[in-house]
Structure formats: C-alpha cells, structure tokens
Design a protein around this ligand. Sequence first.
Ligand SMILES: [Zn+2]
Length: 96
Amino acid sequence: MSAGTVYLICFKEKLHHAKHYIGFCEEGNLEARIERHRAGNGSKLMAAVTQAGIAWEVARVWEDVDRNFERQLKNSKNGPRLCPFCNDKLKKKGGE
Ligand SMILES: [Zn+2]
C-alpha cells in the first residue's frame, strides 16, 4: 500500500448537507490536487462547491497515510469533529 496524503476541506457554507470533503492524493501531490479543486476539478463535490461560489479552505492534512485511512475517515462521518475550523477543542490545542 503506497503512502499518501489525506486532506480535509472545510466549506464556508454548506452545500446541501455537506460541509466537508475528505480526499486522498499521492505523497507530494497535495498542492497540485488543491489547485485542481480550486479550478473545479478532481471531484464532483468540489466542482459543485466551486460552481456554487462557496469559499473553502484546507482545514487539515494527514501525511504518510493510505487509502484505508481515507476510507475510515469518510465512513466515520466525523468531518466536523476532525475539522479545526469547526471544532473549538482542536482550535485551542492548535493542531494535534
Ligand atoms: Zn469545518
């Protein structure tokens, strides 16, 4: 299993019921992937968010993880809890 990067994107406004997007990319490709999302590419949800004119930011990044980790995060549906913008406890600690 190749190592990569999992990232959490936080939308400034909800799109339908979504406020977060969790994605995976190969190690070292995060910046290019984020650029693609900014242009409205790379994922249906991110394309919809960008088209709706909703601002968003990369809230958190996990380095050296694999797709299983991404799946675990997605299945746990804990976006708001994992997000330092939405979770005051994380904010106070200043990261991990
Ligand atoms: Zn958030």
